[in-house]
Design a protein around this ligand. Structure first.
Ligand code: PAF
Length: 282
């Protein structure tokens, strides 16, 4: 495995692979790996000749009062894992290598980015789209792999790729959970033991919602009220950011579930803002 910091070195290497007719898969990450990241890298390894994992805590997707500085980092452990999983390149640029001082070009999908997480994180998806498109250009990857925990991110990136005719296939991989149901996240390290003990209730509330839909409840407002009541009882240290039922691709609100809908939540638990989701099938 090669560790590359310089964008031009990555681009030259990947263009060479493409000229040889090799397939390149990209796994964009911000590091501090857990089993969820490992599942993305394993998937990439199983479908492509060459696997590039990017590790970059992208400053442009963090708001002024967010956790850019505190975001957990462990380069040695992360690089050992990518090597063990058979990654060919770990691309780890410094911010100044990804963004010129006078960087002025941004990619936005406002229709999908102004809802759910975008309400409290207004610049987040602009930063995500811009850095991910830059990674696509640098790697010339034909496949990119993302976790479905960040469902909105994946929906936005799919729309960006479609709208801009980017020649790449985006693949989502299922959420990986702890044994008690908590969705794996690098930010789970922010949880105190007490908060950690309660946090799986987020997933439990979503499972209860999916069961109620399967049993005939199709009214979104009642389902959201049910989740809210469940969390009030079982996750008293949590504070709701949003609980929403939306179209899985368009992310528009759904009032009556007639087909498949996405139930997405963001709950603040202490210093962590935890997101999770589940598909509701009528
Ligand atoms: O999901 C993430 O870790 C980040 O948003 C991504 C896609 C690596 C872009 O910085």
């Amino acid at each position: 495995m090669q560790v590359i910091h310089e964008p031009s070195a990555l681009q030259t290497l990947c263009l060479g692979w493409r000229r040889q007719g090799l397939t390149v898969a990209l796994v964009p990450t911000m590091g501090y790996y857990h089993e969820g990241h490992a599942s993305l890298i394993r998937y990439a390894r199983s479908v492509a000749d060459k696997v590039v994992v990017s590790l970059f805590v992208n400053p442009t997707q963090f708001g002024p009062n967010e956790d850019l500085e505190a975001y957990p980092r462990d380069f040695e452990r992360d690089s050992a894992l990518v090597r063990e999983l058979g990654g060919d390149v770990l691309y780890a640029p410094a911010p100044a290598q990804m963004y010129e001082a006078d960087h002025a070009t941004w990619v936005e999908v406002p229709e999908l980015a102004s809802t759910l997480c975008g309400v409290t994180r207004p610049i987040h998806f602009r930063g995500v789209c811009t850095v991910v498109l830059k990674l696509f250009m640098l790697t010339q990857a034909q496949i990119a792999v993302f976790g479905e925990k960040d469902w909105q991110q994946l929906a936005i990136l799919k729309r960006m790729v479609r709208d801009l005719n980017v020649p790449i296939k985006l693949v989502g991989q299922p959420i990986v959970r702890e044994a008690d149901g908590l969705a794996l996240s690098s930010r789970n390290v922010y949880l105190t033991p007490e908060e950690r003990a309660q946090a799986p209730q987020i997933h439990n509330s979503l499972v209860a919602a999916a069961e109620s839909v399967a049993h005939g409840e199709h009214d979104s407002a009642r389902i959201v009220d049910g989740i809210r009541a469940y969390l009030k009882e079982h996750l008293p240290c949590g504070e709701e950011d949003y609980i929403s039922i939306v179209h899985p691709e368009r992310l528009t609100p759904i009032t009556t579930i007639t087909d498949t809908a996405l139930c997405a939540v963001a709950i603040r638990v202490g210093k962590a803002r935890l997101i999770d989701n589940i598909l509701l099938k009528a």
